[in-house]
Each structure stands twice: as C-alpha cells, then as structure tokens.
Write a protein that binds this ligand. Structure first.
Ligand SMILES: [Zn+2]
Ligand SMILES: [Zn+2]
Length: 123
C-alpha cells in the first residue's frame, strides 16, 4: 500500500513524496533495480537462507548535504531476529537520515511547520 502526498510550506517550499509501495513495486525484480548489487549483498544472502520476511517502500529522509527532504527507498528485512534497514543514499552521494517526524515536520527551507496534503493511494 502506498500513499502519495504533497508537503507544503507557507514560504513556497513544496515536495511531492510517496510513502510505502504498491504490490508491483514490492517485487524482488523491482527491488533489485532500485538498490545497487553491493547494497543488497547481505539481503540476497538472507533470502538464500530461506527468509521471506522483508518489506520495501518509499519513505522520507533528510540529506544534510542538500539540506532537503528526500523521498528515499527503504528496504527492511529480518536477519536472526534483528531488523536490518537499507536506505538508498541521496543522489548527491550523502547517507540519508531516516524519517523522524520531530525533525521533518519542519520545512527544510524556513523551519516553519508544513502541511501534508494526501494526493492518492494505491495498492
Ligand atoms: Zn543530498
Ligand atoms: Zn518553509
């Protein structure tokens, strides 16, 4: 299940974003096109051991280098009872900070509070 929305700030900052993923996007073929082979090395090994407990989707993250909200790709999977998380780095190469409502409810440009308007749902 995915949700698309538009984050808006009074200063004019706007960001279209998506959280979660539809059924098609959850497929392994898609996950393998989103992440680099090296990033998935451990995940692939876990899959080979028979684990099917994983979840992929889009989520919000923050890039300190770009000082912007990034709609990143996140893959979670269980390994030996521990939940691992892979977050695709920003396009600029910087590692992203995962979404934290305490940080990202604020506009990255002016620090004001942003409105989130839902623009769609899909499965
Ligand atoms: Zn960046
Ligand atoms: Zn703002």
């Amino acid at each position: 299940m995915a949700q698309a929305f538009l984050l808006k700030c009074d200063c004019g900052y706007e960001k279209e974003a998506q959280i979660g993923e539809g059924r098609m996007g959850m497929r392994l073929e898609n996950i393998r096109t989103v992440f680099l082979e090296a990033e998935l090395a451990e995940f692939e090994a876990v899959l080979k051991s028979g684990c099917t407990d994983y979840c992929y989707g889009r989520n919000l993250a923050y890039c300190r280098n770009c000082a912007d909200i990034i709609n990143s790709h996140v893959l979670r999977y269980a390994q030996g009872g521990i939940t691992k998380q892979i977050i695709r780095p920003c396009g600029c190469g910087e590692a992203l900070l995962p979404w934290d409502s305490n940080i990202f409810i604020k506009c990255p440009r002016c620090g004001g509070l942003m409105d989130a308007e839902t623009t769609g749902y899909w499965d």
